[in-house]
Design a protein around this ligand. Sequence first.
Ligand code: AKG
Ligand code: FE2
Length: 313
Amino acid sequence: MLLTENQLDEFHRDGFILVEDLFDAEEMTTALNDMEQIFYGKPYAAYLKKLDETGEVDAVEPTVTNVVAHYGDTEYGRAQFPTGFDALDRLIENEAYLNVFAQCLGTDDVSYCNAHLFMRSGPTDERCPEHPWQGYHADHGTNTFLPLSHAVGSFDYVNSGVYLHDVPDDCAPMHVIPGSHRQAADVLLRGGLDDIRKVPEFAEPIPTSAKAGSALFYSSYLIHAAVPFKNKRKQRAFWTLSMARGDTSRWTKLANPWSGPEQQFFQPFWEKTTPRVRTLFGWPKVGHEFYTETTLKGISHRFPNMDLSPYQV
Ligand SMILES: O=C(O)CCC(=O)C(=O)O
Ligand SMILES: [Fe+2]
């Protein structure tokens, strides 16, 4: 699947696009069940039951304990990619999803920045600001030290969230300001975003409500905010991924996949995943001259469980 020309124009104009039906329902349910295990140690329904019986539950935000900047762990598992749960980690292998990502970035030379599980849990959620005009920001700083620029389409990168379940309006859909990716650099320089009512050029924020299996793609320059749950018994579970253009990958990334402590998670993931996904992490493509009898032997020593047949020369 590919975006139509109109959809791609919409992405460039608005700085985001919601794409339906990229993932199938069953796949989303399995992934959601695993994500609930990682965050609650049990199904969300059981967590709600405990809340009803006891009147209290613990918050489920992951805590960052690692020296490497990443999203951290929960009491029950790893929220940072790769989590070790196939149903979650293999979402990155979806070809249609990767094709749309490449279209939004405008190149096939795509480079992984960061991925993690993003859970907001209604009963304990504290992520949103007090007033609806507060909390607006761009996520750009997460993966790069460079400030926002006017160079949309080259120096920004693309964030995405995969909807593991339906997110209707009462389920805290992220609010985005259409077109703000082109305004943000100047607005931020002018003194910030404490109160979007003071930014007359901004359009009205709109909710990114969507059904299970959809994905949101948005520029790292796009201004957006969290809103409260209208229904506090709901949770909102996203699988999120940020990717950049290869030619900016030197300065647009989180370095975690290559660092010592992260290798224990990436080694088994790289062993199992597809050649296309490996290229997101800097692996040379199938057919690249790097792959020789010598290097393939070397790879097989370091990654004994990798199927090297696609690379055979
Ligand atoms: O939860 C949301 O709707 C938005 C959260 C957000 O913008 C962030 O964590 O950077
Ligand atoms: Fe954000």
